[in-house]
Design a protein around this ligand. Structure first.
Ligand SMILES: [Mn+2]
Length: 277
């Protein structure tokens, strides 16, 4: 595996103008889609409140249930989400984007209109001197060989160019077909291959010379601590969002200006994480 490049996106904003409470917030796997009204409302609520109290917001993948291409921005639902993100960036919050396995077709037009900066997966971002690895998480799920093969295909420029040359409606239909196939495949997959591979995570820590990783994708929100003292490391996993579930699911992770990491749930509860420092 190649070592990850340091992201240039580390501009520290400690004395920022809008009086931020959080150094950065992280969110992923909201799986936004027009028929998920409650989830959409909750996410828009998050953007309108918590996100504005952050110096930076990192969208770490699968914000959308699917993304058929940036020309879909002209449809009402994507347009409303892009506008809501734009309001956050216009309010002075730096917003960054790492693609997920569902919305990797987000491109330059989305970035320009939403005002977000696209980052590679993984990225290392330094928060006040503390390097943190940010990733969606699917690339570390190497035990799922079939998925890794699919990922390599759809992330290739040739496949994407060919796919994006199809009319939008056809792309949406094709994605619908892929989603059905993936749901069927999921039923036959053992749960353990759907999690990140710990060896991959160890390699990432090593390559990045970092002791903290934040990722989503697995829908297994947690704070995993490895080792003790000087060699301790932490892997924080974001939750997915579903406000139609009982109880509603969703939440985000924060880093404050002292480097303290917290996991937050939609109901307002906070877990202060022991961090690897
Ligand atoms: Mn995902």
């Amino acid at each position: 595996m190649d070592c990850v490049a340091k992201s240039p996106a580390a501009a520290s904003n400690g004395m920022d103008a809008h009086g931020a409470r959080w150094r950065a917030l992280f969110v992923s796997d909201v799986h936004l889609q027009p028929n998920m009204l409650r989830t959409t409302e909750a996410f828009l609520g998050f953007l309108g409140t918590h996100a504005r109290r952050a110096s930076a917001l990192y969208l770490l993948g699968d914000l959308f249930e699917y993304w058929a291409g940036d020309d879909d921005i002209d449809s009402p639902y994507p347009r409303s989400i892009v506008a809501a993100i734009r309001e956050v960036t216009d309010a002075g919050v730096a917003v960054y984007w790492i693609a997920g396995n569902r919305d990797f077709l987000v491109g330059e037009r989305f970035a320009a209109e939403a005002g977000v900066t696209l980052l590679p997966d993984p990225s290392i971002v330094s928060f006040d001197g503390q390097p943190v690895i940010l990733s969606h998480g699917d690339a570390a799920c190497t035990d799922d060989a079939a998925y890794m093969q699919f990922r390599a295909l759809v992330r290739s420029p040739a496949w994407q160019q060919q796919f994006l040359s199809m009319p939008l409606d056809e792309r949406k239909q094709a994605i619908e077909g892929m989603r059905l196939q993936s749901k069927a495949a999921l039923r036959n997959k053992p749960a353990e291959i759907m999690d990140v591979n710990e060896d991959e995570i160890a390699v990432l820590f090593e390559c990045a010379q970092s002791r903290i990783i934040i990722h989503g994708h697995t829908h297994r929100p947690a704070g995993h601590l490895y080792g003790e003292g000087e060699s301790s490391r932490a892997r924080y996993v974001l939750p997915d969002w579903d406000c139609d579930a009982t109880p509603p699911r969703g939440g985000w992770i924060s880093i404050d200006f002292s480097g303290v990491v917290r996991r937050h749930t939609l109901d307002g509860s906070e877990i202060v994480q022991e961090s690897a420092r």
